[in-house]
Ligand binder design. Structure first.
Ligand SMILES: [Cu+2]
Length: 251
Protein backbone atom coordinates (compact mmCIF):
# COMPACT_ATOMS: atom_id res chain seq x y z
CA UNK A 1 0.00 0.00 0.00
CA UNK A 2 2.82 2.37 0.92
CA UNK A 3 4.20 2.06 -2.65
CA UNK A 4 1.18 4.01 -3.88
CA UNK A 5 2.01 6.85 -1.49
CA UNK A 6 5.64 7.14 -2.59
CA UNK A 7 7.05 8.40 -5.90
CA UNK A 8 8.19 5.66 -8.27
CA UNK A 9 11.45 4.02 -7.12
CA UNK A 10 13.78 4.88 -10.01
CA UNK A 11 17.30 4.19 -8.73
CA UNK A 12 19.29 1.20 -7.51
CA UNK A 13 19.36 2.32 -3.89
CA UNK A 14 15.68 3.38 -3.83
CA UNK A 15 14.45 -0.14 -3.04
CA UNK A 16 16.69 -0.45 0.05
CA UNK A 17 15.75 3.06 1.24
CA UNK A 18 12.03 2.34 0.83
CA UNK A 19 12.47 -0.91 2.77
CA UNK A 20 14.02 1.03 5.69
CA UNK A 21 11.22 3.61 5.52
CA UNK A 22 8.50 0.95 5.57
CA UNK A 23 10.14 -1.03 8.40
CA UNK A 24 10.60 2.08 10.57
CA UNK A 25 6.95 3.04 10.06
CA UNK A 26 5.80 -0.52 10.84
CA UNK A 27 7.94 -0.51 13.99
CA UNK A 28 6.46 2.84 15.08
CA UNK A 29 2.90 1.69 14.27
CA UNK A 30 3.29 -1.47 16.41
CA UNK A 31 4.66 0.60 19.30
CA UNK A 32 1.91 3.23 19.00
CA UNK A 33 -0.72 0.50 19.01
CA UNK A 34 0.84 -1.27 22.00
CA UNK A 35 1.30 1.89 24.08
CA UNK A 36 -2.18 3.16 23.07
CA UNK A 37 -3.73 -0.12 24.23
CA UNK A 38 -1.77 0.09 27.48
CA UNK A 39 -2.99 3.66 28.06
CA UNK A 40 -6.64 2.67 27.54
CA UNK A 41 -6.14 -0.30 29.85
CA UNK A 42 -4.72 2.01 32.55
CA UNK A 43 -7.59 4.50 32.15
CA UNK A 44 -10.12 1.74 32.76
CA UNK A 45 -8.20 -0.28 35.34
CA UNK A 46 -7.28 2.73 37.50
CA UNK A 47 -10.44 4.84 37.07
CA UNK A 48 -11.28 6.99 40.11
CA UNK A 49 -14.48 5.08 41.01
CA UNK A 50 -12.50 1.86 41.29
CA UNK A 51 -9.34 3.33 42.78
CA UNK A 52 -9.89 6.77 44.38
CA UNK A 53 -6.35 6.86 45.80
CA UNK A 54 -3.57 7.08 43.22
CA UNK A 55 -1.04 4.27 43.48
CA UNK A 56 1.73 2.93 41.31
CA UNK A 57 1.00 -0.61 42.45
CA UNK A 58 -1.14 -2.87 40.31
CA UNK A 59 0.91 -3.07 37.11
CA UNK A 60 3.42 -5.88 36.87
CA UNK A 61 6.81 -4.22 36.16
CA UNK A 62 7.51 -6.91 33.59
CA UNK A 63 5.04 -5.35 31.14
CA UNK A 64 6.75 -1.93 30.67
CA UNK A 65 10.14 -3.65 30.74
CA UNK A 66 9.00 -5.96 27.95
CA UNK A 67 7.74 -2.96 25.92
CA UNK A 68 11.05 -1.13 26.34
CA UNK A 69 12.96 -4.28 25.35
CA UNK A 70 10.87 -4.55 22.16
CA UNK A 71 11.75 -0.92 21.29
CA UNK A 72 15.49 -1.44 21.86
CA UNK A 73 15.72 -4.82 20.10
CA UNK A 74 13.59 -3.56 17.19
CA UNK A 75 15.78 -0.46 16.74
CA UNK A 76 19.03 -2.44 16.89
CA UNK A 77 17.74 -5.01 14.37
CA UNK A 78 16.57 -2.23 12.01
CA UNK A 79 19.91 -0.43 12.29
CA UNK A 80 22.07 -3.52 11.85
CA UNK A 81 20.16 -5.31 9.12
CA UNK A 82 18.72 -2.47 7.02
CA UNK A 83 19.70 1.12 7.80
CA UNK A 84 23.49 0.70 8.17
CA UNK A 85 23.92 -1.55 5.08
CA UNK A 86 21.81 0.92 3.02
CA UNK A 87 23.82 3.89 4.29
CA UNK A 88 27.19 2.16 3.75
CA UNK A 89 26.24 1.37 0.14
CA UNK A 90 25.37 5.06 -0.39
CA UNK A 91 28.43 6.40 1.40
CA UNK A 92 30.74 4.56 -1.00
CA UNK A 93 31.14 6.45 -4.26
CA UNK A 94 31.18 4.38 -7.49
CA UNK A 95 34.60 2.72 -7.74
CA UNK A 96 35.09 3.84 -11.33
CA UNK A 97 34.21 7.47 -11.90
CA UNK A 98 35.24 6.87 -15.53
CA UNK A 99 32.19 4.65 -15.98
CA UNK A 100 29.93 7.28 -14.44
CA UNK A 101 28.19 10.29 -15.93
CA UNK A 102 29.50 13.39 -14.17
CA UNK A 103 27.75 16.74 -13.96
CA UNK A 104 28.39 19.88 -11.96
CA UNK A 105 25.38 21.69 -10.58
CA UNK A 106 25.58 25.17 -9.10
CA UNK A 107 22.41 26.14 -7.25
CA UNK A 108 21.35 29.77 -7.02
CA UNK A 109 18.21 31.70 -6.11
CA UNK A 110 16.15 30.25 -7.87
CA UNK A 111 17.65 27.99 -10.52
CA UNK A 112 19.99 25.06 -11.18
CA UNK A 113 23.01 25.84 -13.39
CA UNK A 114 24.08 22.54 -14.90
CA UNK A 115 27.52 21.92 -16.44
CA UNK A 116 28.10 18.82 -18.61
CA UNK A 117 31.71 17.96 -19.53
CA UNK A 118 30.68 17.05 -23.09
CA UNK A 119 31.85 14.07 -25.19
CA UNK A 120 35.50 14.39 -23.96
CA UNK A 121 34.20 13.77 -20.39
CA UNK A 122 36.51 16.48 -19.01
CA UNK A 123 35.27 19.73 -17.53
CA UNK A 124 36.61 22.92 -19.06
CA UNK A 125 37.53 25.96 -17.00
CA UNK A 126 34.66 28.16 -15.81
CA UNK A 127 34.71 31.79 -14.77
CA UNK A 128 32.09 33.93 -13.06
CA UNK A 129 33.08 36.77 -15.45
CA UNK A 130 31.82 34.73 -18.41
CA UNK A 131 28.36 33.98 -17.01
CA UNK A 132 25.64 35.23 -19.35
CA UNK A 133 22.17 34.26 -20.58
CA UNK A 134 23.71 32.01 -23.26
CA UNK A 135 26.48 30.70 -20.95
CA UNK A 136 24.81 30.10 -17.55
CA UNK A 137 27.78 28.27 -16.00
CA UNK A 138 30.46 30.60 -17.44
CA UNK A 139 32.35 28.03 -19.54
CA UNK A 140 35.62 29.37 -20.94
CA UNK A 141 35.57 28.15 -24.56
CA UNK A 142 39.26 28.96 -24.96
CA UNK A 143 40.25 26.43 -22.27
CA UNK A 144 41.43 23.07 -23.73
CA UNK A 145 38.53 20.97 -22.37
CA UNK A 146 35.90 23.68 -22.62
CA UNK A 147 35.10 23.63 -26.33
CA UNK A 148 32.57 20.77 -26.11
CA UNK A 149 31.15 21.51 -22.63
CA UNK A 150 27.43 22.10 -22.34
CA UNK A 151 25.93 24.54 -19.84
CA UNK A 152 22.18 24.54 -19.31
CA UNK A 153 19.73 26.23 -16.99
CA UNK A 154 17.33 23.88 -15.16
CA UNK A 155 17.79 20.91 -17.52
CA UNK A 156 19.28 17.69 -16.15
CA UNK A 157 19.52 14.80 -18.60
CA UNK A 158 21.22 11.54 -17.65
CA UNK A 159 21.47 8.07 -19.21
CA UNK A 160 19.87 5.03 -17.57
CA UNK A 161 21.83 2.12 -16.05
CA UNK A 162 25.09 3.95 -15.19
CA UNK A 163 26.06 5.80 -12.01
CA UNK A 164 25.51 9.57 -12.16
CA UNK A 165 27.91 11.62 -10.02
CA UNK A 166 26.72 15.14 -9.21
CA UNK A 167 29.24 17.73 -7.98
CA UNK A 168 27.05 20.16 -6.12
CA UNK A 169 27.71 23.74 -5.03
CA UNK A 170 25.77 26.94 -4.31
CA UNK A 171 26.31 30.51 -5.47
CA UNK A 172 24.35 32.18 -2.68
CA UNK A 173 22.42 30.46 0.13
CA UNK A 174 21.84 26.86 1.24
CA UNK A 175 19.67 24.92 -1.21
CA UNK A 176 18.80 21.23 -1.25
CA UNK A 177 19.09 19.30 -4.49
CA UNK A 178 16.25 16.79 -4.65
CA UNK A 179 15.33 14.07 -7.11
CA UNK A 180 12.39 12.36 -5.41
CA UNK A 181 12.16 9.44 -7.83
CA UNK A 182 15.88 8.70 -7.38
CA UNK A 183 15.61 9.07 -3.56
CA UNK A 184 18.33 11.73 -3.73
CA UNK A 185 18.47 14.76 -1.45
CA UNK A 186 21.66 16.68 -0.82
CA UNK A 187 22.25 20.16 0.58
CA UNK A 188 24.09 22.61 -1.66
CA UNK A 189 26.13 24.84 0.63
CA UNK A 190 28.03 28.01 -0.38
CA UNK A 191 31.79 27.43 -0.24
CA UNK A 192 31.53 23.63 -0.39
CA UNK A 193 31.73 21.23 -3.32
CA UNK A 194 29.76 18.15 -2.30
CA UNK A 195 29.33 15.01 -4.34
CA UNK A 196 26.25 12.82 -4.45
CA UNK A 197 25.40 9.97 -6.78
CA UNK A 198 22.70 7.57 -7.95
CA UNK A 199 22.18 4.92 -10.61
CA UNK A 200 18.88 5.35 -12.49
CA UNK A 201 17.12 2.08 -13.30
CA UNK A 202 14.18 3.42 -15.32
CA UNK A 203 13.71 6.08 -17.97
CA UNK A 204 11.24 8.91 -17.47
CA UNK A 205 10.63 12.62 -17.07
CA UNK A 206 10.42 14.22 -13.64
CA UNK A 207 11.57 17.36 -11.82
CA UNK A 208 14.48 18.66 -9.80
CA UNK A 209 13.18 20.22 -6.60
CA UNK A 210 14.77 22.38 -3.92
CA UNK A 211 14.00 21.03 -0.44
CA UNK A 212 15.46 23.91 1.55
CA UNK A 213 13.45 27.09 2.07
CA UNK A 214 15.92 29.36 0.26
CA UNK A 215 14.02 32.58 -0.35
CA UNK A 216 10.77 34.10 -1.58
CA UNK A 217 10.71 32.20 -4.89
CA UNK A 218 11.84 28.87 -3.40
CA UNK A 219 8.56 27.31 -4.56
CA UNK A 220 9.47 27.77 -8.22
CA UNK A 221 13.07 26.52 -7.96
CA UNK A 222 12.29 23.59 -10.22
CA UNK A 223 14.23 21.97 -13.02
CA UNK A 224 13.50 19.48 -15.75
CA UNK A 225 14.97 16.04 -14.99
CA UNK A 226 14.97 13.21 -17.53
CA UNK A 227 16.49 9.76 -17.59
CA UNK A 228 17.06 8.68 -21.20
CA UNK A 229 18.23 5.45 -22.82
CA UNK A 230 21.98 5.45 -23.50
CA UNK A 231 21.56 5.96 -27.29
CA UNK A 232 18.93 8.64 -26.61
CA UNK A 233 21.26 10.46 -24.23
CA UNK A 234 24.24 10.22 -26.66
CA UNK A 235 22.05 11.73 -29.38
CA UNK A 236 20.78 14.47 -27.00
CA UNK A 237 24.37 15.38 -26.03
CA UNK A 238 25.45 15.46 -29.68
CA UNK A 239 22.61 17.86 -30.49
CA UNK A 240 23.43 20.09 -27.51
CA UNK A 241 27.10 20.29 -28.54
CA UNK A 242 26.01 21.26 -32.07
CA UNK A 243 23.90 24.07 -30.56
CA UNK A 244 26.78 25.72 -28.68
CA UNK A 245 26.72 29.39 -29.73
CA UNK A 246 30.08 30.18 -31.41
CA UNK A 247 30.59 33.47 -29.56
CA UNK A 248 29.56 32.29 -26.06
CA UNK A 249 32.35 31.89 -23.52
CA UNK A 250 35.19 33.32 -25.67
CA UNK A 251 37.51 35.59 -23.79
CU1 LIG B 1 16.69 26.61 -3.28
Amino acid sequence: MIERLLPVAGSEHAVAFDAVLKSVHAHIAIQALAWGTFLVFCLIRFRSSRQPQASHRGIAPVLPMFAIAVVIVGDVVLLATMALPAWLARATMPSSVLAATEVRIAAEQFAWNIHYPGPDRRFGVTSAALISASNPVGIDRTSPDGTDDVGLLNVLMVPVGRPVVVQLSSRDVVHSFTLNEMRVRQDATPGLLVRTWFTPTITGQWQIACSQLCGLAHYRMRGEFSVLSQPGWDEWLRREVALIPPEAGLR
